[in-house]
Design a protein around this ligand. Structure first.
Ligand code: ZN
Length: 134
C-alpha cells in the first residue's frame, strides 16, 4: 500500500476512534448521572431501567470496536506492510472495503466466512434418515 494511502486510512481510523471515545464518555456520563438521580430519588441501584441496559450493550460493542481500531492502528504503525492484507488468505483487501471498515482484517470473502461458518445440516435431517432406514 502506498504511504499516502496508509496516511489516509490512519486518518479514518483516528477519526472513527475519536468518535467512539466521545460516545463512550457520553454513555458513561449519562450512566453516572442516572445513578446519581436514582440515589437521590431513593431508587435501589439494582432497579436498573431498560435504557441503562441498552447503553451497556452499546458500550460493550463500542469497547470491542475500539479494540479492533487500536489493533488496526498498531499494525499500521508497526507493520504497515501488513495493513490492508487479509489475515486469512493473504490477499490485499479492496480499498473500497477499507474505506467503509478501515479496521477490518479480512477481505470481503473471508469476512463472510467469519460471519457464517460452515452451514450446519438441518437438525431433523438425521432423524429422517433414521426413520427412512426403519
Ligand atoms: Zn481473505
Amino acid at each position: 500500500m502506498k504511504s499516502a494511502e496508509l496516511a489516509h486510512f490512519e486518518r479514518l481510523l483516528l477519526d472513527e476512534r475519536g468518535g467512539m471515545v466521545r460516545d463512550l464518555e457520553r454513555i458513561r456520563a449519562s450512566a453516572v448521572q442516572s445513578a446519581l438521580e436514582n440515589r437521590s430519588a431513593g431508587v435501589e441501584p439494582t432497579d436498573s431501567v431498560g435504557d441503562d441496559r441498552n447503553d451497556d450493550a452499546i458500550a460493550a460493542r463500542e469497547v470491542e470496536a475500539l479494540k479492533e481500531l487500536d489493533e488496526a492502528l498498531r499494525i499500521l504503525y508497526e507493520a504497515p506492510e501488513e495493513y490492508g492484507v487479509c489475515v486469512a488468505c493473504g490477499s490485499p483487501i479492496a480499498l473500497n472495503r477499507l474505506e467503509i471498515v478501515p479496521a477490518t482484517r479480512y477481505c470481503q470473502d473471508d469476512a463472510k466466512r467469519q460471519q457464517n461458518p460452515r452451514r450446519r445440516p438441518r437438525p431433523d435431517a438425521g432423524r429422517q434418515l433414521l426413520a427412512a432406514a426403519g
